[in-house]
Design a protein around this ligand. Structure first.
Ligand SMILES: Nc1ncnc2c1ncn2[C@@H]1O[C@H](COP(=O)(O)OP(=O)(O)OP(=O)(O)O)[C@@H](O)[C@H]1O
Ligand SMILES: [Mg+2]
Length: 346
């Protein structure tokens, strides 16, 4: 992708968030090289986000992953300024939002960002349609238009016909759809989702992931999705940012993170993950396997082929299978033993 600032919907520059009454002291210690743990031990100040620098691209599903307490929710709340950064700047469409006054900020929250939480946070005494149009009502949108937009949003999440049900009459998955519809009713450019599917049963969760992928493909909305589940992150994320102790330690496609993790923390997220889903033949081809590739004599596989696709080809061959790039250049080969060890060891 041609990267320039036009492609960036959000960009984050040197952002820190310190929780506590003495952020200056914490910043000074960090500047002198203290760790998050040392700062907390000595001053009681908690580092939520530590020197974040990255950009989210327009139209992507950007997943933020990390262990509990690594700063994911803090990061997302900084985006819609539910919390203020201790220092640094955040830009939305190239415009700094960290300096905005209350009126402009309200506009950003209403127009540009919608948030979906883990707990559905529905009003129990309100019907589905009133829950979905509630935010619009607060924004002063008239009844007719707000119901019309709410109906549209409910249709997008597959809940047409449930407008006049109450939350307690719906399953957890349906309640989360209402939460999603509520965010969509505003038609925000960016959807922020904080562990939005974590409370759902596996089947319903998978169904919701599918819906989200479909919605994003149809509408080209930017989605920032927090998850602590690698299966979910790989399935829905175009890129994944990994957070560790307040820092963003690596950002990349699932394949980039799997093939070149910057540290063991990143590598460990892939423990037990079925790597054949994302690795390609070119990722594991070996140059030095001692065979000479003779075009015409052996049928090669493409470097872009997934390990899944080539599994049966390698399994059926007594000799290593050659791998070629898109113009037919030899990239290496894959033996049965090597393929097996790649599948087991990643
Ligand atoms: N309001 C707050 N006051 C004090 N410390 C806070 C506050 N919010 C977050 N923190 C601290 O900031 C750090 C990051 O917290 P955050 O909630 O962003 O983590 P998280 O990655 O979302 O975790 P989880 O997966 O458990 O939701 C933690 O050390 C946490 O204790
Ligand atoms: Mg959180």
């Amino acid at each position: 992708m041609n990267m320039n600032s036009v492609d960036e919907i959000i960009s984050v520059k040197n952002v820190f968030k310190v929780f506590g009454s003495q952020p200056e002291l914490a910043m000074k210690m960090l500047g002198e090289g203290a760790t998050k743990a040392e700062v907390f031990q000595k001053t009681g100040q908690a580092i939520g986000v530590f020197d974040a620098n990255f950009a989210v691209r327009r139209g992507e599903i950007f997943v933020i992953m990390g262990l509990s307490g690594s700063g994911k929710s803090t990061m997302v709340r900084l985006f819609n300024r539910l919390i203020e950064p201790t220092c640094g700047s955040i830009f939305l469409n190239g415009k700094e939002i960290t300096g905005l006054g209350d009126k402009d900020l309200l506009q950003v929250r209403r127009k540009d960002m919608g948030m979906v939480f883990q707990s559905f946070a529905l009003m129990p005494h309100m019907s589905v349609i009133d829950n979905v149009s509630f935010g619009l009502e607060i924004s002063g949108v008239g009844e007719k238009e707000r119901y019309c937009r709410a109906m549209g949003a409910l249709q997008q999440v597959g809940l047409s016909g449930q407008e006049y049900s109450y939350p307690h009459q719906l399953s957890g998955g349906m309640q989360q759809r209402v939460g999603l519809a509520r965010a969509l009713a505003n038609d925000p450019a960016i959807l922020l989702m904080d562990e939005a599917f974590s409370a759902l049963d596996p089947m319903i969760r998978s169904e919701m992931q599918g819906e989200l992928i479909k919605l994003q493909a149809e509408q080209n909305r930017t989605i920032i999705f927090i998850s602590h589940d690698i299966e979910e992150a790989v399935r829905i994320g175009h890129r994944i940012a990994i957070m560790e102790g307040g820092r963003v330690v690596q950002i990349g496609t699932p394949r980039e993170l799997l093939c070149n993790p910057v540290n063991n923390y990143v590598r460990d997220f892939f423990n037990g993950f079925d790597t054949s889903r994302i690795l390609k033949a070119g990722d594991i081809a070996q140059q030095d396997s001692g065979i000479t590739y003779e075009p015409g004599r052996q049928t090669p596989v493409k470097a872009e082929a997934s390990l899944r696709e080539i599994l049966h080809i390698v399994a059926a061959s007594a000799t290593p299978i050659p791998v070629v790039d898109e113009i037919g250049l030899y990239k290496g080969s894959i033996s049965q033993g090597h393929l097996l060890s790649c599948l087991n060891n990643h």
